[in-house]
Design a binder for this molecule. Structure first.
Ligand SMILES: [Zn+2]
Length: 271
């Protein structure tokens, strides 16, 4: 086993292809997409990928929905709509920072779709996006700048595919994220199984330890986690790759579960 080392100062900065905003921050970028899942489905909209995902409370992270064999759907968790969108930042001093991806939530997708209808499309147009708060509210405004020419659009979409997505498309990034998350969930599942095997020991001690660990994990209840995970994610091995572990951290506050009391947990474990 080896430890991954930081080899250069450049690497330490952990450059990300994702554009992230904190509350009150905004960006001005040129849209390299139309908010149109049907065009994306036909392969005509490579800067846009709309999909479903689940918020995993225990891990404080988002897990793309894998459809029929999705462990979250199996546990009756309703997925949310999300879209990965591509943006061009002509003013970025470094060419490799000129194309970034931004993840949109449901209400932002609705807003930008509305703008696109109003403006007869947004591809190639400069747009300002401002994050208003930590509850997932954004403000969108199409700016009057001169739009990109068809040639510029074509060249930038080619750069997106080759430099940012490395040939796997937007879907490749989301599939890579799904794979990582399924691996994480499987590891958790294995931990739980080991725990169950140990339960013949000193019962009281075991309960205290379990309760403490659950509390340390953010009050996560095992009940909310899917009981059974698929043996392996239903993904083709040819997909994946993408840009490694730089998926956006969930910054939007999500409905916070009340901290589970240890007493409650004890009762559950006994039963
Ligand atoms: Zn699902």
């Amino acid at each position: 086993m080896r430890v991954r080392t930081v080899r250069t100062r450049e690497e330490r900065k952990r450059p990300s292809v994702f554009m992230r905003l904190k509350a009150d921050e905004s960006f001005r970028g040129v849209a390299l997409f139309e908010p149109d899942p049907e065009a994306a489905e036909k392969g005509e909209n490579p800067g846009y990928f709309e999909y479903y995902d689940h918020y995993d409370k225990a891990g404080n992270t988002y897990v793309p929905c894998s459809g029929e064999d999705c462990p979250f759907c199996a546990a009756n968790d309703n997925p949310s709509t999300r879209a990965l969108t591509a943006w061009y930042f002509p003013e970025a001093p470094d060419a490799k920072d000129q194309i970034k991806l931004f993840t949109m939530n449901y209400s932002t997708i609705e807003d930008i779709t509305d703008e696109a209808e109003e403006e007869d499309g947004i591809l190639g147009k400069k747009i300002r996006i401002k994050r208003l708060d930590d509850r997932g509210n954004y403000k969108i405004k199409v700016l009057p700048d001169k739009p990109l020419t068809a040639k510029q659009q074509k060249d930038l979409l080619k750069r997106l595919e080759e430099e940012v997505l490395k040939g796997d498309g937007m879907e490749g990034l989301v599939v890579a994220q799904l794979k990582r998350q399924i691996e994480r969930l499987k590891a958790l599942d294995l931990l739980e199984e080991e725990e169950e095997e140990d339960e013949d020991g000193d019962e009281d001690e075991e309960e205290i330890q379990t309760g403490t660990r659950a509390a340390a994990a953010g009050g996560a209840s095992a009940r909310e986690r899917p009981e059974r995970l698929p043996e392996r994610p239903a993904l083709s091995a040819s997909q994946g790759g993408g840009t490694g572990g730089d998926w956006p951290e969930p910054r939007e506050s999500s409905p916070v579960e009340p901290q589970q009391r240890v007493g409650e947990l004890d009762i559950r474990l006994r039963g």
